[in-house]
Design a protein around this ligand. Structure first.
Ligand SMILES: [Zn+2]
Length: 280
């Protein structure tokens, strides 16, 4: 989908029903910034209010023009849900999300939804409906939201455009992540609207590409053992991520750990103390 560079603070009309405004938090992990989506032409639902930011709050309030009724969060990482509090206080909108917030130091501990959503729950917004799809992997409490009819899926950090989703154990889980990607293949989808980056068309092609990217990386993990076996995570890191800049190795290390735990779950590697071995 041809689209220009994302500019934080700009309200962009993406379809008849959907607008996007990006928070002013660009970075290595957030790309151009965290996307908030406004859905609806009458009453409005907003997905992912983003980090606490007065600037972002005022843009969202102006775009919603007094018609905000629902605030939905995909998950409770600090770049997605903390803005909900002020937005709810300013509008009285109902706050919805998965609810249980993991205790791993990366979460918005103050997140308390008015309505807890589980897999398959439908939020009836009058002119349109949003269905939650539980997609653990990046975060155990991650929900995507399917805009029925238009078949747009708001993917939060389950699928990003322009950057790779980081899987950080213990809350991040590579086995769950791959299952949650496969889950999207069973949905009839026209577009993916990610938490970071631009709208993605050909959703199933993209999801298949992501699955194959992860499995290729997994193969590199297995192959690294031919150079060093047994090995620690730090010894494997430069072998597995020789194609990515050193600057992001600290982040890549978390995904490597997730891959190793998946391989352990699959019975292909074992762990003793800090040392991994390839199973014979
Ligand atoms: Zn994010």
């Amino acid at each position: 989908m041809a689209e220009e560079t994302i500019v934080p603070g700009q309200v962009v009309q993406l379809s008849g029903l959907v607008r996007r405004v990006t928070a002013p938090n660009p970075g290595v992990m957030t790309g151009p910034g965290t996307n908030a989506y406004l859905v609806g032409t009458g009453d409005i639902a907003l997905i992912d209010p983003g980090p606490e930011s007065e600037r972002h709050l005022s843009v969202m309030l102006e775009a919603a023009a007094g018609r905000l009724k629902w605030i939905l969060c995909t998950h409770t990482h600090l770049d997605h849900s903390p803005g909900a509090k002020a937005l709810k206080a300013a509008t009285g909108a109902e706050l919805l999300g998965f609810g249980s917030v993991p205790d791993d130091g990366r979460q918005d501990k103050g997140f308390t939804p008015d309505r807890v959503l589980r897999d398959g729950d439908v939020v009836d917004c009058g002119d349109f409906r949003l269905r939650s799809v539980h997609t653990p992997g990046h975060a155990s409490n991650h929900l995507c939201y399917l805009l029925e009819g238009e078949r747009w899926l708001f993917t939060g950090d389950h699928v990003m455009q322009g950057s790779t989703v980081v899987i950080s154990p213990p809350d991040g889980d590579m086995i769950a992540y791959l299952h949650s990607l496969e889950k999207l293949l069973a949905l009839d989808l026209a577009a993916l609207a990610p938490g970071h980056g631009r709208v993605i068309d050909k959703p199933h092609d993209e999801v298949r590409r992501l699955v194959s990217h992860r499995l290729k990386r997994e193969k590199k993990v297995v192959d690294a053992f031919s150079k060093k076996n047994p090995a620690t995570t730090d010894e494997l890191l430069p072998l597995v991520y020789d194609d990515v800049p050193q600057a992001i190795h600290a982040v890549a290390r978390r995904s490597l750990h997730a891959h190793l735990l998946k391989l352990k779950g699959d019975g292909r590697v074992s762990l003793e103390g800090e040392v991994w071995s390839l199973a014979k």
